[in-house]
Design a protein around this ligand. Structure first.
Ligand code: GLV
Length: 329
């Protein structure tokens, strides 16, 4: 039997599925530090990870490894140049999380705009003495302008929901999406600068790469309206969190909703001191059904990539399909 490492705790029934095909080494404890990960991978043919950094040094320590299946759509934890150089396949879990993640983007955006977390903390602190006409005034979503940066599958799912709120949708992306998608979403392509100037609510849904590092920093925040909100459901590092904390403190923008952070699970302490930000611990895809679908898809990818199961040799979501069938380097 081929040997695999499941680097994270996941649903036990998914482990049972994997055990039908593989000798499974399952880490049920904390995230494995690099040295422990290398040690556990030394004799493995495949691995299932969820955000664990896999670079050239990890691959070099795992000479038999042929596939790493990421239980996430984003795979910025994979050094794809190293994967390609070693002929190791990477896979991810797109699509199954689109709708849950788009729902969550709306939840954060609405919570930020309508000051839900901030007012809830105030209520819990026993400060609610009387009704006041100007208590926790926020910004409207209905009829406002939504700015989506990153118009991929999740960005489109998010934009589609704007119709019910009668919002104008503007977007920025590396390239324009097909005209029929623009028409379906009633979305208009604009430059990043124009989007930041015009949008009432900016949502980030783009992958993290070295090019998207600090897509939003001090200069970009300065372009936004003082009444605007910023929501990040993409990846930490796309926003300069220190610059954002400062823009929130000085009310340069009204509010933010953040599910992802630079250096998470650490959170920039300055963000913890500003009231006008809603903070959640990277849970945008976290519904029971979606996390199950992601875990099962990650297992499907691993099983098929290692030549087992009904799709043997044909994993559903190869990232670098070119390396398939090539000898491990
Ligand atoms: C979650 O962040 C994912 O990339 O799936």
């Amino acid at each position: 039997m081929q040997k695999i490492l499941v680097a994270r705790p996941i649903f036990p029934d998914v482990i049972d599925r994997l055990k039908q095909y593989f000798d499974v080494d399952w880490n049920q404890g904390d995230v494995l530090p690099a040295d422990a990960l290398k040690q556990r991978l030394a004799d493995k043919d495949g691995a299932l990870s969820a955000g664990d950094p896999i670079d050239g040094s990890v691959l070099a320590a795992a000479p038999r490894l042929r596939v790493v299946s990421n239980m996430a759509v984003g795979y910025n934890n994979f050094d794809m140049a190293a994967f390609n150089a070693s002929n190791v396949l990477g896979t991810n879990t797109p699509d199954v999380l689109n709708e849950s993640t788009a729902d969550f983007g709306w939840a954060l955006m609405m919570a930020a705009a309508r000051r839900i977390a901030e007012s809830e903390h105030w209520l819990r602190a026993g400060k609610w003495g009387k009704w006041s006409y100007d208590g926790f005034l926020g910004g409207d979503l209905y009829g406002s302008t939504l700015g989506v940066i990153g118009m991929g599958r999740i960005g489109q799912a998010l934009a589609r929901r704007a119709r019910g709120f009668n919002m104008q949708v503007i977007y920025h992306n590396r390239s324009r999406v097909a005209p029929e998608i623009e028409a379906d979403l009633n979305a208009h392509y604009v430059s990043k600068e124009e989007l930041l100037r015009r949008a009432d609510h900016v949502v980030l849904v783009l992958p993290y790469t070295k090019d998207s590092h600090h897509t939003i920093g001090a200069a970009e925040l300065a372009l936004m309206k003082p009444s605007a909100t910023l929501t990040n459901i993409a990846r930490g590092g796309i926003v300069d969190d220190a610059a954002l904390a400062e823009a929130l403190r000085t009310k340069q923008i009204a509010a933010a909703g953040l599910d992802v952070f630079e250096g998470e699970p650490s959170v920039n302490p300055a963000l913890l001191t500003v009231p006008n930000v809603v903070l959640t611990p990277h849970i945008a895809s976290a519904t029971e059904a979606t996390r199950r679908a992601m875990a099962n898809l990650a297992a499907d990818n691993l099983i098929a990539a290692l030549g087992e199961g009904p799709r043997a040799g044909n994993p559903p979501n190869p990232i670098n399909a070119d390396v398939m069938g090539r000898a491990r380097q």
